[in-house]
Design a protein around this ligand. Structure first.
Ligand SMILES: *Cc1c(COP(=O)(O)O)cnc(C)c1O
Length: 407
């Protein structure tokens, strides 16, 4: 028999601690930086972008940074920079954001979706080899550091028989992720970061591609702005020439000076924000560990690297037929916001047609999807809010075991 949690809906009470799922903290310094740029007379791609690119590349240990309008456009541009034949096979995890796979299609290629290990939410050499056996060797590979956890990029590239200079890393969750003692940002063709409103370094919108290859950086810098040989800023400098040429099929995906100035201001807060994210994850760990039917997120062994804790995705395996969606509803009644990352890409209508999917299915991702629940995690989340989430989950988990409500 299926047990319903709180069969009588429970409205949020006045003493409930409200816990929104996400928070976009644009600091006062970032607000002031935006205003300064707005008043300067130059708001689009210029000096501020160049300064932020250098500062960000330094933080992630890369030689070059190229500011773009989004991580999605970053992935598309990075794939275009590989100069693969049109229609090439590009591997992607199915447990990722739909935009990351749209980017493969917009780059002119054929996405191949790879299954994940339900324990980590990420592909393994074995799931990569399954895709290769059916579809052949891909031309390139995208690797996502899901939730901010550490993906084993060299092992996945080796399984895909793709050299590291054909690997594009989706680091949308990985500002603050380390492999061993090295920050994510170098070592493959390109690494793409997101500054979307909910990400670890929020600007609202924006992205950055990092690479160690100066030729690739130069190509990306032109391709993000129509493929023009001289960017607008240089053309309007005193003595700058109005002439330009177009050598490639570029797109309009440049970063503005407003975003870049905000980004540099936000960057100063990143170390303390990352420390707070780790504290919150540890507080969740302490209170959730051992609760019936709740599994903590995977994390790397200390020698393997550092989790960025962009997400805190637990796995629910509750007894009594309580499913994930009922838990979401029960938390929502207590004014606690949650989310699910992600609906596997192969379960979205367009990609079930547009992507190649192994004929045996993507069972690891399907299994994981039904269990996934992302809890709130952001630097301004208070200890009281974390405790409220844990208390609510403990209540629900025990109801799940006994099949009885506590009210
Ligand atoms: C957010 C996200 C993106 C896209 O980032 P945008 O900057 O919004 O384009 C790509 N991949 C993953 C895994 C994401 O979570």
């Amino acid at each position: 028999m299926t047990t319903r949690i709180n069969a009588v809906p429970r409205a949020a009470r006045a003493d409930d601690v409200a816990v929104p799922f996400a928070d976009c903290h644009i600091t006062e310094e970032a607000q002031a930086a935006a205003l300064r740029v707005l008043q300067s007379g130059w708001v689009t791609t210029g000096r501020e972008v160049a300064t932020f690119e250098a500062a960000f590349a330094m933080v992630v240990g890369a030689e070059h940074g190229v500011g773009v309008s989004s991580c999605t456009h970053g992935i598309e541009l990075a794939l275009r920079s590989l100069e693969l034949p049109p229609g090439s096979l590009v591997l992607s995890s199915t447990m990722t954001f739909c935009g990351a796979v749209q980017a493969i299609i917009h780059a002119g290629h054929q996405p191949v979706l790879v299954d994940v290990d339900p324990k980590t939410g990420m592909p393994t050499p074995a799931t990569v080899r399954t895709a290769l056996r059916e579809f052949g060797r891909p031309a390139a590979l995208t690797v996502v550091h899901w939730a901010g956890d550490v993906a084993d990029v060299p092992a996945l590239a080796a399984a895909a028989e793709v050299p590291l200079d054909r690997v594009v890393v989706d680091a949308a969750h990985a500002v603050g992720t380390y492999t061993g003692s090295t920050p994510i940002g170098s070592g493959c063709a390109a690494t793409c970061f997101s500054f979307y409103a909910t990400k670890n370094l929020p600007l609202g919108e924006g992205g950055m591609i990092t690479t160690d290859d100066p030729t690739r950086a130069e190509w990306l810098r032109r391709a993000r702005l129509h493929g023009m040989t001289a960017d607008a800023w240089r053309r309007y400098l005193p003595g700058g020439s109005w002439r330009y040429n177009v050598a490639d099929a570029g797109i309009k995906a440049n970063m503005t000076d407003i975003q870049a100035a905000m980004g540099r201001a936000q960057l100063a807060h990143l170390p303390s924000w990352q420390r707070r994210r780790a504290q919150i994850a540890a507080r969740y760990d302490d209170q959730l560990d051992g609760l019936p039917g709740i599994r903590l997120p995977h994390r790397p062994a200390a020698r393997d690297g550092k989790h960025a804790w962009h997400l805190y995705p637990i796995r629910l395996q509750l007894d009594g037929g309580i499913d994930r969606d009922e838990v979401i509803a029960a938390l929502s009644e207590r004014a606690i916001g949650t989310s699910v990352h992600f609906i596997p890409v192969h379960r979205l209508a367009y990609f079930s047609q547009a992507a190649l999917i192994p004929s045996i299915g993507l069972l690891g991702a399907d299994t994981l999807f039904d269990q996934l629940l992302s809890l709130p995690i952001y630097p301004r989340l208070t200890d009281d809010q974390v405790d409220a989430v844990c208390a609510a989950l403990a209540d629900i988990a025990h109801q799940g075991l006994t099949g009885k409500g506590t009210e």
